[in-house]
Design a protein around this ligand. Structure first.
Ligand code: ADP
Length: 381
């Protein structure tokens, strides 16, 4: 059965087509980028063939989905011969608020709920909605499924997700911790259970997703019990351009000193902080490592701040879990910089004990989205 996975960003749409009955490997993948700009680009890669990259005219997300459909139908590559061969479309949706604890078949009510959470994820939920609405028209015969970044963390206890602020703010505005990257944490935790030959329900793991955004999660009994991102993806670990945890009093102080309004300070903490802010060089770990090799002290500091925060979170989650079977590193930085895993393994061994395994596992959020979608649509035919 063919399942298409769609991941919409503000100016891009990523896609990935899986044959879920087969090997679980994707048949093709790609991205339409620079949507709404003068010249947009599609990069399309069919497994076993050369990647193609071409300029296209693409004014919005709807047109991007049309371009994706046409790329899948391209007769030279013959991935599919009719759009109706796609039997389900899985959408990555960042914010499912308190409503969604699992992947969900999309109907008008689900769309209304995703719209309701736009104020909580103003950059992320609107493009996802565009993608969903377009796919409903363009892949008309395929059921659409929403897979939420927040859903896996829905299992957190109230005393875990509640901030120490006036309770009315939670009731009125939904100010609480939600957590993100849930699909990635769930995927690598389940893979760790497989590798350790333990039922997922019996595994205690700490998963550390280090990509452009970074977060850690404590996983027990197949559920997330805590995670480092909170009300927004700004909280927790130090990231490429995001500060992670910071004293909230520093925010108001900065606003006064730099003459910033809320948006201005938000912009600094989200886009000009983290590895980029501390190093003054780059948000990309590859550039930071190069600069460290060249003797740059600020790059070294950025790296040290980044690692120290990871260590503190792993340590606190060890306290939360009691027993830790595995600490798992994943995503762009987690998978490609083994020195981070090695440092944590060395430094945390006395705390964890001998039995804890430190692992690097490649994440595959798209595959999990495809499998969740399949799980829902397979019973519908
Ligand atoms: P996203 O969270 O957007 O999915 P990724 O998981 O692709 O991001 O991670 C992107 C980050 O991974 C880059 O910013 C870069 O810092 C880092 N990265 C990717 N490849 C390497 C590498 N070979 N060595 C070090 N860092 C890498």
């Amino acid at each position: 059965m063919l399942i298409l996975v769609i991941n919409c960003g503000s100016s891009s749409v990523k896609y990935d087509l899986f044959d879920v009955d087969g090997t679980g490997r994707d048949l093709c993948r790609g991205i339409v980028e620079r949507i709404g700009e003068d010249s947009s680009i599609i990069t399309h890669e069919v497994r076993g063939a050369e990647k193609i990259c071409k300029k296209v005219s693409c004014r919005d997300h709807h047109q991007a989905v049309e371009i994706i459909r046409d790329a899948l139908l391209d007769e030279n590559k013959s991935v599919i011969s009719e759009a109706s061969e796609v039997k389900g479309v899985g959408h990555r949706v960042v914010h499912g608020g308190e409503e969604f604890s699992q992947s969900t078949l999309i109907d008008d009510d689900v769309i209304k709920s995703i719209e309701k959470f736009v104020p909580l994820a103003p950059l992320h939920n609107p493009p996802s909605l565009e993608g969903i609405k377009s796919c409903r028209k363009i892949f008309r015969s395929a059921p659409q499924v929403a897979v939420f970044d927040t859903a896996f963390h829905h299992s957190m206890e109230k005393y875990v997700y509640c901030y120490g602020v006036k309770y009315e703010f939670y009731e009125k505005y939904g100010i609480r911790r939600y957590g993100f990257h849930g699909t990635s944490h769930r995927y690598v935790a389940a893979r760790a259970a497989e590798l350790l030959k333990k039922p997922f329900k019996e595994l205690n793991a700490i998963t550390v997703h280090l990509g452009n955004g970074c977060s850690a999660a404590a996983v027990s009994g197949g559920r997330s019990v805590d995670t480092s991102m909170g009300f927004t993806p700004l909280e927790g670990l130090v990231m490429g351009t995001r500060s992670g945890d910071i004293d909230p009093a520093a925010v108001t102080f900065l606003m006064q000193k730099e003459g910033l309004d809320g948006e201005g300070v938000n912009d600094i903490l989200n886009k000009k902080s983290g590895l980029l802010g501390v190093s003054g060089i780059s948000n990309d770990m590859r550039d930071i490592l190069k600069a460290i090799d060249a003797g740059d002290k600020r790059a070294q500091l950025a790296y040290d701040v980044f690692l120290y925060r990871i260590k503190k979170y792993i340590g606190s989650y060890a306290a939360v879990l009691g027993r830790v079977d595995a600490v798992v590193f994943t995503a762009g930085i987690g998978e490609n910089v083994p020195a981070i895993k090695d440092t944590m393994q060395k430094d945390l061994r006395p705390l964890m004990g001998k039995k804890t395994k430190f692992l690097i596992i490649a994440t595959n959020e798209e595959l999990l989205i495809a499998k969740d979608t399949y799980g829902i649509v397979k019973n519908m035919e």
